[in-house]
Write a new protein. Structure first.
Length: 362
């Protein structure tokens, strides 16, 4: 399973699940009502006040029927379905109807502790997947994305979760897109770029070399570059996975240092950043000063603080990726499946941010 098939029991009100995609690390995420749909009384009052002023404008606004609904709209329109899905997911995690007779906050914490994201996010993911693949079975989706106490044989589970992972990865063409329209004309620092390492088994080769050595884990691994906007909750681009020894600046350029510019990969990030715009990165990316800004000693304190918060925000994005056991623990399959799982997790994380669970503001 994408979760790594590490099942475990939830303990207590804090929702410290020992398994699933989360392993209990984010049991408190349900504290903010991560169901993604429930409105507080103050939110309802604000909506009622805004309704009068927006009514006239809404009558004049023409909405195209061909537009795809956003994730937040999908979840808000299916509040009852969110509760049903949460209950079903908790059943798979070992919480029967009697154990679910607690506060909604506790059930949200338990769900997030086992499955990494809220029930509202999972529902939005399933709806999007169902629109593209109408024949997908609900139980197969649960089996692939959520870690429960499954009694199926491994030979039965493996082809199902691999198929669902591939289908989830296919949603990246609409969820993970580099869109220039997100940026204002006067905006200079558009995005952050950084590399993240994942441990994996060393690929079988006749002449194994040091290219797969990961210095962080002191073992074999891979490396990928993730690009995220600074002022929006949007993943723009994912490059990789590459062998762990591949430098970040090499991935950014799309070529090795001794190779000519004409031989570079035209899909590399350096060709996507418009002229006059910059990305914020750490010192490992200081080889392209016309496209990347790094912290320097002569910068003003405000600039250093801005760069520091932007890079810290990127690290919280990595944390969300590694909340899923398929990326947290050593990956033991081939590199192609590793890439599909990486894209599948990226789609889930992006939809989670679209549902209102974004990163902190810089």
């Amino acid at each position: 399973m994408m979760s790594g098939a590490r099942g475990g029991r939830g303990r207590g009100r804090r929702g410290r699940g020992g398994g699933g995609q989360q392993g209990g690390g984010r049991g408190g995420r349900g504290r903010d009502g991560r169901d993604g749909v429930a409105l507080t009384s103050s939110s309802r009052r604000d909506n009622n006040r805004a309704a009068g002023s927006q009514r006239d404008a809404s009558q004049q606004r023409v909405k195209k029927t061909t537009d795809k609904p956003r994730a937040t709209e999908l979840v808000a329109a299916n509040h009852h379905a969110v509760r049903q899905l949460r209950s079903q997911g908790l059943h798979f995690a070992g919480f029967n109807d009697k154990r679910q007779q607690v506060s909604e906050r506790t059930n949200n914490e338990r769900f997030s502790a086992f499955y990494g994201v809220s029930a509202g996010t999972v529902l939005a993911v399933f709806i999007k997947l169902k629109q593209r693949y109408p024949n997908i079975k609900e139980r197969d989706f649960f089996l692939a994305v959520m870690s429960g106490r499954w009694t199926d044989h491994e030979d039965t589970i493996a082809p199902k979760w691999k198929r669902i992972a591939e289908q989830l990865a296919s949603l990246a063409d609409e969820s993970i897109v580099f869109d220039d329209k997100l940026f204002a004309d006067d905006e200079i620092f558009l995005l952050t770029v950084d590399g993240v390492n994942f441990t994996c088994n060393e690929p079988r080769a006749k002449n194994p070399g040091p290219q797969n050595y990961d210095h962080k884990s002191n073992s074999a691994g891979s490396n990928s570059s993730l690009i995220c906007t600074i002022k929006h909750n949007k993943i723009l681009h994912i490059a990789g996975p590459f062998p762990a020894s591949t430098s970040e600046i090499q991935r950014f350029r799309g070529r090795k240092a001794k190779e000519k510019v004409d031989s570079a990969n035209r899909n590399a990030l350096i060709f996507k950043i418009p002229d006059g715009k910059r990305a914020v990165a750490d010192s490992g990316m200081k080889g392209e000063p016309s496209k990347i800004s790094t912290t320097r000693g002569g910068h003003a304190p405000e600039t250093k603080k801005f760069f520091s918060r932007a890079k810290a925000r990127q690290e919280t994005l990595f944390k969300r990726f590694k909340d899923f056991h398929v990326l947290k623990y050593r990956f033991r399959h081939n590199i192609d499946l590793h890439k599909r799982c990486l894209l599948a997790v990226a789609v889930i994380v992006q939809i989670d941010m679209d549902c209102g669970n974004g990163l902190f503001d810089v």
